[in-house]
Design a protein around this ligand. Structure first.
Ligand code: NAP
Length: 244
């Protein structure tokens, strides 16, 4: 069963690559974006080349009312959502002592509450049809912790707990909930890092390279596939061996 996938933060980076992978696999694709309207429209045009339906939907995932309204629009245009990819996220580097309450709250609002909002909005239909796939995009830093990224690491660790708990609750409803924990991936999120920092990260990656958005897209697609129907509550590290 393919159906319709909603990819949050599908306008750029990993989400964009996931949108392409799902379209290639025959899914209709709802591309969520917040600020990058033009990029989202462009990717939808490209996805249509695969003979599937694809549309862009604006919503700040941290705002429940925007998410609920987006889900209604997706259902009208593309039908019920069978796969949810909670990919939208923000990153930030700061000394722990410099993290303001506002920075902390925004980190959790987008990375954690965004997943809560979207999962709660799609679950009634998934439960009703006794089928669903939810895939959360965490980070290797949610497993191991990153210095100067305490709020990011904590939010990504929260997504792992969210994944495991929801997997237990929804298993009998035919819904699997899994998590991908990427390593260092070549996207805008890492654009703020210096070339020297990227080189160090590359050297610390056993496979000897930085990951591509496509590397992560394939891991996400796997969890959505029938091949993964007996796998739930799992965290798949796609990090070139960085965290072992
Ligand atoms: P990116 O290139 O910066 O893209 C972030 C995406 O998230 C954009 O599409 C952006 O949409 C969307 N987004 C941000 N805030 C949003 C909001 N409030 N509502 C809806 N969409 C929002 O980042 P990326 O590297 O692809 O990261 C994707 C996910 O992978 C994130 O969860 C990130 O934490 C995780 N991750 C990334 C890495 C890495 O090395 N890159 C490693 C581990 C985990 P707009 O541009 O439309 O606002």
């Amino acid at each position: 069963m393919n159906g319709t996938v909603l990819i949050t933060g599908g306008s750029r980076g990993i989400g964009r690559a996931a949108a392409k992978a799902f379209a290639k696999a025959g899914y209709d694709v709802a591309v969520n974006y917040n600020n990058s309207a033009k990029a989202a429209e462009t990717i939808c045009g490209e996805l249509s080349d695969h003979g599937v339906k694809a549309s862009a939907f604006k919503a700040d995932v941290s705002v429940r009312a925007e998410v609920d309204e987006m889900i209604l629009r997706i259902k009208e245009k593309l039908g019920n959502i069978t796969v949810l990819v909670n990919n939208a996220g923000i990153g930030e580097q700061a000394l722990f002592t410099d993290i303001s309450e506002e920075m902390w709250d925004r980190m959790f609002a987008v990375n954690v509450k965004g997943a809560f909002n979207c999962a709660q909005a799609v679950l009634p239909d998934m439960i009703h049809s006794k089928y669903g796939r939810i895939i959360n995009v965490s980070s290797m830093w949610g497993i191991s912790g990153a210095s100067c990224e305490v709020h990011y690491s904590a939010a990504k660790a929260a997504l792992i707990g969210f994944t495991k708990a929801l997997a237990k609750e929804e298993g009998l409803s035919g819904i699997t909930v899994n998590c991908v924990a990427p390593g260092v991936i070549d996207t805008d999120m890492n654009a703020r890092l210096s070339a020297q920092d990227m080189e160090i990260l590359k050297e610390n990656t056993p496979v000897g390279r930085i990951g591509t958005p496509e590397d992560i897209a394939e891991a996400i697609l796997f969890f959505a596939s029938e091949k993964a129907s007996f796998i739930t509550g799992q965290v798949l590290s796609a990090d070139g061996g960085f965290i072992l």
